[in-house]
Ligand binder design. Structure first.
Ligand code: BGC
Length: 747
């Protein structure tokens, strides 16, 4: 049962009144999501999109609404659609409101993952800003644009913790850490569900995919997950809880199984944790056909059985499998599914529709889009997010920033003049024509006679390979900027990779250009951490620009020429080799820690290490350079003995010891030395972005409630245990000033 305190009595009265008037078919209709275009020739749509990308002309999804969906809406057989087309959305809302018996409006869902038309950097990149307030503004901008298309339900944020960069969907989330992920999730929920959307529109967020989807074996999408309940509760559930605490009104069940039970029929997760423990009243939607896929999972004999398992487990809305529409009525009629279960699901859906104000205004004014889509403020924000999301990982000899005056710069590589790939994965409503290329960005700093460009090779494939032209161009320049990486299609859903090096002939291009001996700056565009040790070795500077959205080109230029100073920090570790995966900073110690003395057995110290590579990643969580230099000093732990209702207060001084203004992200980590169960070697518990002028210093103060150091103990209850702790404040997860404190049972 949802917590009654979370429900509004007036809405409840409206819900009950409506529910009492509904036939069984109408109730089931409220639990069905259909595609507004169904049946659609998706192959033709993809071909059209590809053509638009190749020719640079705008892509328009010019599909008329299907007669089926109109008929279903009129008959009250559908509750929600997936569509970003205002004409269709308004038309279907009118049919729902004016032509269906009960006039119940539609939920209009869409994947607004990192922007609607103003495409921001991919979410993994956005998380590298360590700036939730900025992401809240970006999410509000995205929602403002989406709302003008009649969208009232955003299938985001993706809050899956991801510790395996082979998984293509690592691009869509906030990386490896549950605490940071939770803060980013909350920021996005607040932005999407802001009361300040244009035209008084309201949108519901949908944190997904509940839960554990990021932990698929071997990094393969949809693959088996087998997590202990403790890891589930300590690592994977917290970002969802954070999103619900911020008011997220719906969630999406995951495709994957956990320990043999698929997320879409997992009553433990959907009923016990969500409803009984958390008292959360929101709507659960399945993922795309995930109810139907229970048959392939091998837990349901057929679609009918899949429908029964899912509704009983607590999935309210069936996204696109047809299971509820086809089988639920009969399941209720033959007693396999109690009507009370259906009623409760319908209540949740109606509650959501009332709270979004859809009964008052379901349609959207067609003139609204002009003031919102790609508006100047959104484009400026996309630039700011792109600048803050890019991570400088190497800058030997301070080769960056480049002087815009007097240098001849060669810009080489398949992504230097690319538009479509900069949009990244899940940018369905983005248009490549909106994207600024790196080359265009560079033109805003350099005279044409100081800038030369060769593509060199394609992102993937053997041809073209213009290595001679690339080398000649490099030789004629003072400095080379190589823009390399992955295509947008190399990450995202169902796009995992087993090897994470540079695709195609990019490594050969890099080798040839590096051999010229010219100062070499590499800008890497990618949807995940890559495994590129040779590149890192050869480059003098490395800027990770990810897939940076429509303003990526300008942002890269601003960072390369010092118009802006890098401040991004990694939120997912960069491995040295794929064999280190999964890799994350908050790992356990083990009985024979990699960095310890080990246990001597037969004259050898045995440790948890590899014979062939170090155990540490090449770049760890939290790392990222600036053109400024910072120093941490004067760590102070206010009280060394704390009770579990107390607040840990720690401070340190951060000083900018350089001549440039810059931003440092001061990070606070904690280790619980002994527990009733093993504890991570470090856990992020706070951070501050500090902007400091040359020579300036500031005290960063952290106040961490001792309760937030809690975990699921031996008996699986949550709480803090007494004992000794270590605390660090520093620039990343590998270093920092160290202090200690104790949690005691009585003061
Ligand atoms: C994805 C979801 C997405 C849904 C609807 C699924 O394939 O897993 O993240 O929201 O499609 O488009």
């Amino acid at each position: 049962m949802p917590d009654p305190a979370l429900l509004d009595p007036q809405t409840e009265a409206r819900v009950e009144a409506l529910l009492n008037r509904m036939t069984l078919e109408e109730k089931i209709g409220q639990l069905v999501l259909e595609n507004a275009f169904a049946p659609v020739d998706w192959a033709a749509v993809i071909a059209e999109q590809k053509l638009a990308d190749e020719t640079g002309r705008p892509f328009h999804l010019d599909l008329s609404e299907s007669p089926t969906i109109v008929e279903h809406t009129r008959a009250g057989r559908v509750s929600a659609i997936n569509s970003a087309d205002l004409r269709i959305n308004n038309r279907l809302q009118r049919v729902a409101r004016e032509e269906s018996r009960l006039g119940i409006p539609l939920l209009v869902g869409n994947d607004v993952i990192h922007g609607f038309r103003t495409i921001f950097p991919i979410p993994l990149a956005e998380s590298c800003t360590w700036n939730p307030a900025l992401l809240e503004r970006a999410s509000l901008a995205a929602a403002s644009e989406a709302a003008t298309m009649g969208i009232n339900w955003i299938f985001a944020p993706m809050v899956d913790v991801a510790r395996d960069p082979r998984w293509g969907r690592i691009a869509e989330g906030a990386g490896e850490d549950p605490y940071l992920g939770g803060l980013m999730a909350q920021a996005r929920v607040r932005g999407f569900q802001s009361p300040n959307l244009p035209g008084g529109a309201r949108i519901s967020a949908c944190p997904k995919h509940y839960v554990g989807y990021g932990a698929g074996e071997a990094g393969r999408d949809y693959n088996t997950v087998d997590l202990s309940e403790r890891t589930l509760r300590d690592v994977h559930l917290p970002p969802f809880k954070a999103a619900f605490d911020a008011g997220a009104a719906s969630t999406m069940s995951a495709f994957n199984e956990i320990g043999g039970v698929p997320g879409t029929c997992n009553a433990f997760l959907l009923r016990k944790v969500l409803r009984e423990e958390w008292g959360w009243p929101g709507v659960v939607v399945s993922d795309f056909n995930s109810i139907g896929e229970l048959v392939q999972h091998g837990v349901a004999r057929d679609l009918r059985e899949a429908a029964r398992l899912s509704i009983l487990a607590g999935v309210d809305i069936d996204m696109e499998s047809g299971a509820y529409g086809r089988h639920l009525a009969q399941l209720v009629n033959d007693g396999s599914v109690p009507i009370t279960v259906v009623n409760d699901s319908v209540r949740r859906v109606l509650r959501l529709k009332f709270s979004l104000g859809l009964f008052e205004h379901a349609t959207i004014d067609e003139g609204l889009a002009a003031g919102q889509i790609l508006r100047a403020e959104h484009r400026d924000l996309a630039l700011e997010v792109a600048r803050q999301s890019m991570v400088l990982l190497k800058n030997d000899g301070d080769v960056l920033p480049l002087a815009a005056q007097g240098l001849h710069v060669a810009v080489i590589g398949p992504l230097a003049d690319d538009r479509a790939d900069l949009l990244g994965t899940w940018a369905i409503t983005g248009q490549s024509a909106d994207v600024e290329t790196v080359l265009e960005g560079f033109r805003s700093y350099l005279d044409p006679d100081r800038l030369s460009h060769v593509r060199g090779c394609a992102i993937e494939g053997e041809k073209p390979f213009e290595v001679d032209a690339a080398v000649a161009t490099a030789r004629a320049a003072d400095v080379v900027v190589l823009v390399l990486g992955e295509s947008a299609a190399m990450s995202g859903e169902s796009h995992s990779r087993a090897t994470l090096g540079l695709p195609g002939r990019q490594a050969a291009l890099l080798d040839a250009v590096a051999a010229t001996g010219k100062p070499l700056v590499v800008v890497l565009m990618c949807g995940r951490p890559l495994v590129v040790p040779a590149l890192i070795e050869k480059a003098d500077a490395l800027l990770v620009a990810w897939h940076g959205g429509i303003r990526a080109g300008q942002a890269v230029a601003d960072l390369v020429f010092g118009g802006a100073n890098p401040s991004g920090k990694l939120t997912a570790s960069w491995p040295r080799v794929e064999g280190q995966i999964p890799i994350y900073y908050a790992h356990k110690s083990t009985g024979r820690p990699a960095d310890g003395a080990g246990t001597t057995q037969w004259h050898q110290p045995f440790r948890s290490t590899y014979l062939d590579v170090p155990t540490a990643p090449l770049f760890a969580f939290g790392e990222g350079l600036s053109y400024a230099r910072f120093e941490f000093s004067a760590l102070q732990v206010a009280e060394r003995r704390l009770t579990d209702d107390g607040v840990l207060r720690v401070s340190a001084v951060v000083q900018n010891i350089s001549h440039r203004a810059g931003v440092e992200v001061a990070q606070l980590y904690v280790r619980d030395l002994t527990g009733s169960v093993t504890r991570p070697v470090k856990e992020l518990k706070g951070f501050h972005r500090v902007e400091l002028g040359p020579g300036e210093s500031r005290t960063v103060d952290f106040q961490v409630p001792v309760q937030s150091l809690g975990f699921h103990r031996l008996d699986l209850t949550f709480g803090v245990e007494p004992g000794e702790y270590r605390v660090w404040i520093g620039p990343d997860s590998t270093q920092g000033l160290e202090g200690e404190f104790e949690v005691v049972t009585e003061a």
